[in-house]
Design a protein around this ligand. Sequence first.
Ligand code: GDP
Length: 301
Amino acid sequence: MFDNLSDRLGNVFDKLKGRGALTESDVREAMREVRIALLEADVALPVVRRFIDAVTEKAIGSEVLKSVTPGQQVVKIVNDELVEMLGGTGEDAEPRELNLNAKPPVVIMMVGLQGSGKTTTTAKLGKLLKEKHGKKSMMASLDVNRPAAQEQLKVLGEQVDVATLPIVPGQQPVDIARRAMEAAKLQAADVLLLDTAGRLHVDEALMAEMKAISTVSAPTEVLLVVDSLTGQDAVNVAQSFTGEVPLTGVVLTRMDGDARGGAALSMRYVTGKPVKFAGTGEKLDAIEAFDPSRVAGRILG
Ligand code: GDP
């Protein structure tokens, strides 16, 4: 086994030393290694294909073929393209900050499957908004499906010292959303975080509920929370939500697990929206701004 892509490609190009310029077929051989690296990192197949096509075109057309260290140059092209497809860095980066430019309370709606880490992420964001942005938040759980879901958010709210909407048993999600908006206004909250219900699988009832909530609450941000360890499943979830609710970004949880981070590339590709945050643990401060460079390095192994 090779440790990383540089080693793999070094091996490919070593065979070609002293042969002068690399041919198109040499680049294609290198791309086979890149493809394996991406598939091992759990990047979805259509995304791998598109990526390989883009990189092949760049590698063939560039000076790399005449270079003395073609392996390193191909690694650089691969890495640069990966960072770009993950949202870019520096001046060319797509905006990944939360958009808080709306009349308060700014509504942030969290959507995703049950167990993806939605409730935990809601509390993490409440804490982050308070500590890093000086914003006062209110959090409301609209999850009437899972027993104790509303109670769970209340407990987390106490831990991070962020207000939660008082629980009224029997109230339906859309009514809770309306009540939450009133309460957030009354308390002069800057931000209202809506933690919606998940399901074990995406179904029509879930989508109808998400649409209704989004209509009454007019969220500025709709964040899809997905578990980075679920690979292809995460892609299916993203496909189901895209187009149904006005997603503005993705949060990838469990990036502290052993995932190589391929889900990030798939999510960015399938939703067309930026990955904004990475969840890095169970603790309520374990959330980080998404960093394409770091994740690119991880995907390439
Ligand atoms: P929900 O059903 O989508 O609301 O999921 P929860 O927020 O209840 O999270 C399910 C489990 O995942 C809980 O035990 C969380 O502590 C855990 N969890 C959430 N985010 C992360 C993360 O980024 N890393 C790790 N290791 N665990 C997480």
